[in-house]
Design a protein around this ligand. Structure first.
Ligand code: ADE
Length: 250
């Protein structure tokens, strides 16, 4: 029997999904609330970890060890790094890397010491499922309608696109182009940055739990990122999470 962990960093990224739960129950562990229940008769556990790699790693460990999840879906926002990413686009992380891990010269930059890896791959089947579900949403759903009606001008969102590629995570909020350009010189394939995905990926790898990380671009990781991030998370990140999770579970 499948038990799906659904995780985000902030309440704004996950509350909408909590509201979808049938037979909802709350479990308090380690100053977090884990909501168990079903969506479309599928058992799920939904939780927000709070921001950062440590918070995310602790939360996913609890999902694995206490709630016996068989797979994990992470949904939330990210700062766009690649120049073709626009606010409102969605990124499926094919691979995740911790951009602030550097134990050189003992280990190569970015490598997780004693694991011998720097990049963690999302599960192939979940990626395929995620790709199909998200393409479908972007083509014809309510999400699109809401964005067009309410938010098109505000966020300058044109037709949102799906991108697949590398996501870089670290305990840093990107707020200027210097940070962004520095990252692009060391990890040029990076699509977007956030603060949890690669920590989740490492723990899932260590416990053999298939996962996918799905990120909506809330800002362009530049001097406007703080304002854009706050507006986007307040107003639309939940709409994206709800539509994405509903469609994937279906
Ligand atoms: N998540 C969303 N926007 C971000 C940014 N600019 N830096 C890091 N994480 C983010």
């Amino acid at each position: 029997q499948r038990i799906i962990g659904i995780m985000g960093a902030l309440p704004e990224e996950i509350n909408g999904v909590v509201n979808l739960l049938q037979n909802k129950e709350e479990h308090r562990i380690g100053k977090r609330i884990y909501y168990t229940g079903t969506i479309n008769n599928q058992s799920v556990i939904v939780v927000y970890s709070r921001i950062g790699k440590v918070a995310a790693a602790a939360t996913v460990s609890t999902l694995i060890l206490k709630f016996n999840i068989t797979e994990l879906i992470f949904t939330g926002v990210a700062g766009g790094i690649a120049s073709d990413l626009k606010i409102g686009d969605i990124v499926l992380g094919t691979e995740l890397v911790q951009h602030d891990m550097d134990a050189s010269p003992l280990f190569p930059e970015f490598e997780i010491p004693l694991i011998g890896k720097s990049h963690f791959k999302s599960d192939k089947d979940l990626l395929q499922l995620g790709e199909n579900s998200i393409q479908q949403i972007l083509e014809n759903s309510y999400l699109h309608q809401v964005i067009e009606e309410k938010y098109l001008d505000q966020f300058n969102i044109h037709h949102p696109k799906l991108h697949l590629g590398l996501i870089a995570s670290g305990d840093q909020f990107f707020k200027n182009s210097t940070q962004k350009n520095k990252l692009l010189t060391v990890l040029p394939a990076t699509k977007c940055v956030e603060m949890e995905g690669a920590a989740v990926a490492q723990i899932c790898y260590e416990f053999d739990i298939p996962f996918i990380i799905i990120r909506t671009i809330s800002d362009e990781a530049d001097q406007h990122s703080t304002i854009d991030f706050m507006k986007f998370t307040e107003k639309i990140s939940n709409i994206y999470s709800i539509e994405i999770i509903k469609n994937i579970i279906k």
